[in-house]
Ligand binder design. Structure first.
Ligand code: GRF
Length: 204
C-alpha cells in the first residue's frame, strides 16, 4: 500500500477525488493500493472538511508563524514525517493538490522525487499562480493540466502526465478553470494509482 499525504490551500476538490478513489472504507487496508493518510494546509482551507469527512487526520502549518520559508518548510516536513512520510523503507508520496505556496528548497530536497504537484496548464506553458488567467490573456486556443514532480523551481519539475483542454470562445477564467478541474481530478487520481502500481517510475 502506498501511503499518501495531500497538501491543499483551497476547496480541495482534487483531494476529495483522491479520497473517494482510495479511501473506500469497504476496502481493508491490506487490500488497498493507496491510502490518503494525512492532509496538510498552509491555511484554514475549506477543503479540510473532506479530510474530516473521511476520517483522515489534518493539520495546518501557517507560513506567517515562522521567520522564513525554510523554517516553515521544516515544520511542514516534520508534520508529514509524523504521519509516516519518508520515514521508513516503504515508499510514500506527498501530493500538492492546490497548495498555493512554493515549497522551499530544503523541503523539496527532503521529499522529491516522491513529491508531485498538479498544475492547471500544459507546462512549460503558463507556470505560476495564475495559469488559467495567463492562458486566457495570451489568447491561447488550448490549455490543460500537468502532473509533475516538484523540483526547486516554480512548476519546472519533470512532467509525469498531461491532458489537453480546448479553450472555448468567451469563457471566463472561472468557467475554464472548472472545466480544467474536471479533467484534472481523474488525471491526478490515475497518476497516483500508476505510481502505486509501479506503472509510472519517478525520476531519481
Ligand atoms: C487546481 O486546479 C490546482 O491545479 C490549482 O488550484 C486548483 C485547486 O483546486 N493549483 P481544488 O482545491 O483541488 O478544488
Amino acid at each position: 500500500m502506498l501511503k499518501v499525504a495531500v497538501l491543499i490551500s483551497g476547496s480541495g476538490s482534487n483531494l476529495k477525488a483522491l479520497l473517494d478513489e482510495f479511501n473506500d472504507p469497504a476496502v481493508a487496508d491490506t487490500d488497498a493500493l493507496v491510502r490518503i493518510v494525512a492532509v496538510g494546509s498552509d491555511t484554514d482551507a475549506p477543503g479540510l472538511v473532506h479530510a474530516e469527512a473521511a476520517g483522515v487526520p489534518a493539520f495546518v502549518v501557517r507560513p506567517g508563524d515562522y521567520d522564513d520559508r525554510e523554517e516553515w518548510g521544516q515544520v511542514l516536513a516534520a508534520a508529514l514525517q509524523e504521519h509516516g512520510m519518508n520515514t521508513g523503507p516503504e515508499p510514500t508520496l506527498v501530493v500538492s493538490a492546490g497548495l498555493m505556496r512554493i515549497l522551499p528548497p530544503g523541503f523539496v530536497r527532503e521529499f522529491s522525487p516522491r513529491l508531485i504537484n498538479t498544475h492547471p496548464a500544459l507546462l512549460p506553458l503558463f507556470p505560476g499562480a495564475h495559469a488559467v488567467r495567463d492562458a486566457l490573456a495570451a489568447g491561447a486556443v488550448e490549455t490543460g493540466v500537468t502532473v509533475h514532480v516538484i523540483d526547486e523551481g516554480v512548476d519546472t519539475g519533470p512532467v509525469l502526465r498531461q491532458a489537453r483542454v480546448e479553450i472555448l470562445p468567451g469563457e471566463s477564467e472561472d468557467e475554464l478553470h472548472e472545466r480544467i478541474k474536471q479533467i484534472e481530478r481523474p488525471l491526478l487520481v490515475d497518476t497516483v494509482r500508476a505510481i502505486a502500481a509501479g506503472e509510472l517510475t519517478l525520476p531519481e
